[in-house]
Each structure stands twice: as C-alpha cells, then as structure tokens.
Design a protein around this ligand. Structure first.
Ligand code: CTP
Length: 424
C-alpha cells in the first residue's frame, strides 16, 4: 500500500557524504506515492549532482535563492507553500547551525523560514561533530522550535570512526515521514469519479445536455483526496476549477466518458455522479441544420449505461451510483441498486420536489439518502463539500467489509463483451 499518496515532500539536501543516499530516498518516497521536489545547498553539490536528483525526482532541482529564472517559476515562497512537509536529509552540522540562527541567505534556509509545514532533519556528520556542545545546543534549540529530528543513528561512519552521527537508514526515514501524517481512511486506494453532464452533439453548433453543474462530483473528488486516495475525475464540461491533486480527464459525450472510465479500470472505488445523457442523436449533422418546418423530429438512440456496464465488467470494484428523482425516490433508488448491480445508491430530490431542500442543480447545498441492500441512511442538508465528506465516511466501512470478503478482482473476471479476452 502506498502510504504517501498525494503528499508533497520538499527534500533539502545539504553538504554531507550521506548526500549520495538522497537519490534512493527520493525513489522510495515516490514509490510511496509522494511527489518530491529537491533543494540542494552549495555544499550538497560537492557530493551529488543536481542532474541525478532531477532524474530521480522528475522535477528540476532548485539550487539558488536569487536565480531570476527559478524565482519566476517556483520561487522560495511558492516552494514553501507547495510542500506538505520539509525533510532535510542529510542535514550537515553547518546547516543545523545556520537554521538555529534563523539565517535566510540561501534557498533552503529561506524556505525553512517561510514554510508553515512540519520540518524534519536527518542529521549526518562525524560522531565528534555531533557530540560537540555547539551542535548539541543547536539541536536542542531546533527541537524547542518544534522541528523534528530523525536520527542520527550510531554505527560505522564514512570517516572510518564509529559512533552517533550516521544518517538514519532510508527505509526508517520514510517510516518517520509517514508517521508525521494522519493516515486517511482511503490511503493507498484509487477512486474513480464521474461528474458533470455529458454533451451529445446534434450538429457543429448544437448539443443535448442537462443542468448538472458537477459540484457534487468535484466535492467528492476533493473529499477523497483529503482521505488519502489517488483520485481520477472523469468530467463532462463544467465551469469548475480543477481540484488540487486530482487527475482530471475531460470528456464530452457519454461514449467518451465510458472509454475514459474503462481505460482506468480496475480501481478500488467507482463513484458515478455524472448526469449522463440517456440518449444521443442517431446522426450528427456535418453542417449546421437549417430551420425548416414548424415541427422537427430528432431521432435519438440510447447511450451506454456507464455505471451498469462498468460494474458488469469489473464486479470486484466497489461501485456507487447516484439517482436524482422528482418522485418515488426510494422505489427508484432501490430499483437502480438492483438493476445496475451496484453496492450503493446515493439519491436526492430534484425539481420542485427538492422544494426548500435546495437540492437542485447548481446549488452549493444538497441532501442525500444513501441506500444499500439491507439498509439506508439519510444525510441531511449541508454544503456539498461537507456532504461529500459525510458520504465518504458512510461509504468507507461498507467498502472495507466488501474488500474483507475478498470478492473477485477485476483481473480474474470474464470479459462480458468478449469472453475469450481477459480484461486488461
Ligand atoms: N449513469 C451512467 N450512464 C448512463 C446513465 C446513468 O453511468 N448512461 C449513472 C449516473 O452517473 C448515475 C446513475 O447511473 O450514477 C443514474 O442512474 P439512471 O437510472 O441512469 O438515472 P437516470 O438517468 O436519472 O435514469 P431514469 O431517467 O430512468 O431515472
């Protein structure tokens, strides 16, 4: 399980022989799902190249404070804001001293001062330098300011001596860093969410669509990121900003949405909030259709049911559908639960039935009724972001039960479209 999904780690590398281990540390952090950016001090450059750390981190390495090009891209304040945590590994005795003084005369010290996130140091130096009163005073001062010390460990040192001062092993540093964060209820899980309306073209200037704003789906995407999941958001056209840390896939038609969803399957959780157009024009006119008679008929054909088809092909994926109803909400919601073969349906009133409930399209608030095979619960009116969190809080225990039962993984199931072909 990836324990650092969605986490942004700023790794500082200072001048110590242990800097050669930073490349492995970055690799391990990325294996855990973290995004890593690196700042090197001048001292670090004597031990490892920026090119190496750029290659393993997948980002340009930040080197200098007054580099106009770098500051125009991501300057020290942006870097400090970007990070969820700063880890300096290795931290030299000199860097500890400069940090203890509150200096800001290079990029890394400036970022540490500007950062409002947890800061951890992994000291690495000769054992006598570590034991020296000056270093010990600095360490005490830094810990007193809430800075964490990971290590140092004791053992053989690069200088040939033995004692405290070795940088902590990379795996232990990764564990230390993981412990700094709360583990979310969906840590290590992948959640795919469909949102917004679809657009079904009639001719180059017209389409069939609906009033869906996408707000509920986007709010669920944000709540799932908060809960530690990797989130793929397959969205029809909306006016909403791209949520932070979400992998957004833009689509227009139902068929495009189906392709995008299935190309990302299997995932752990599939939540279909999209208001998919049930029908599309049989023919899309190449040219703009001119007005003619008083009455015009448009032939429509059924769109694929993305939710039902995906669940049929990937039965191991815990799946939640939505239902917007103007009447007989419970009956329709329960029918959908059965007909589509999904684990849960989140239903809400729309149109005049929503009344003072304010659950209409485009609203910032909503109320939901969540149904599953042998139960239901009402989630009262709240802002869509609050409601999304509460919805996930109710979904997660059912999802965990489902996973504990060890239902078939998608890779083991038959491809219904082509039984001879395994599902990728
Ligand atoms: N859905 C889908 N693909 C479709 C239609 C709907 O994935 N072609 C999903 C929606 O994202 C939602 C649920 O199915 O999760 C809604 O179920 P559906 O029965 O299609 O709702 P309506 O379109 O409102 O159906 P009806 O008009 O019969 O009430």
């Amino acid at each position: 399980m990836q324990r650092l999904t969605n986490k942004r780690i700023l790794l500082g590398v200072t001048g110590s022989i242990a800097a050669y281990k930073s490349a492995e540390l970055i690799r391990r952090l990325r294996d855990e799902g973290a995004e890593v950016q690196v700042i090197m001090t001048r001292g670090a450059e004597a031990f490892i190249t920026a090119l190496t750390l750029q290659a393993v981190s997948g980002h340009p390495v930040h080197l200098h404070l007054m580099d106009t090009e770098a500051e125009a891209g991501m300057g020290h304040i942006e870097l400090a804001r970007w990070a969820d945590a700063i880890l300096i590994a290795p931290t030299s005795a000199d860097f500890m001293a400069r940090l203890a003084q509150g200096r800001a005369d290079d990029l890394l010290t400036a970022v540490c001062l500007a950062g409002d996130v947890p800061l951890a140091l992994a000291p690495a130096m000769n054992n006598r330098m570590w034991r020296d009163r000056a270093t010990q005073d600095n360490a005490k001062k830094l810990v007193g300011r809430g800075i964490l010390l990971f290590g140092p460990d004791s053992g053989d040192q690069a200088c040939g001596e033995t004692g405290p001062g070795r940088m902590r092993e990379v795996d232990l540093l990764v564990n230390d860093l993981v412990d700094m964060f709360d583990v979310g209820s969906l840590a290590g899980k992948t959640v795919l969410i469909t949102a917004g309306p679809t657009r079904e073209p009639i001719d180059p200037v017209r389409f069939i669509s609906n009033h869906s704003s996408g707000k509920m789906g986007y709010a669920i995407a944000e709540a799932a990121v908060e809960a530690g999941a990797r989130v793929i958001l397959v969205s029809g056209p909306t006016a909403l900003p791209v949520p932070d840390r979400v992998e957004l896939v833009n689509v227009e038609t139902a068929n495009q949405m189906l392709d995008a969803v299935q190309s990302h399957m299997p995932v752990d959780l599939f939540i279909a909030t999209a208001a998919v157009a049930d029908y599309r024009p049989v023919q899309v006119s190449e040219n703009k259709i001119k007005k003619q008679d008083n009455i015009m008929a448009l032939a429509l054909e059924k769109n694929p049911d993305i939710l039902a088809e995906t669940k049929a092909q990937f039965p191991g994926v815990f799946t939640i559908g939505f239902a917007a109803e103007t009447n007989d909400l419970e009956t329709y919601a329960r029918n959908k639960l059965m007909n589509k073969g999904v684990e849960m349906i989140a239903a809400n009133w729309v149109g005049s039935a929503a009344g003072e409930n304010d659950g209409t399209f485009g609203s910032d608030n909503n109320a939901l009724q969540l149904f599953w095979q042998d139960g239901e619960i009402e989630l009262p009116m709240a802002s869509k972001s609050k409601l999304a969190r509460s919805l996930l809080a109710h979904i997660v225990p059912h999802f965990e039960d489902y996973q504990a039962k060890g239902l078939p993984k998608a890779n083991n199931v038959v491809n219904l479209k082509d039984p001879g072909k395994p599902i990728a």
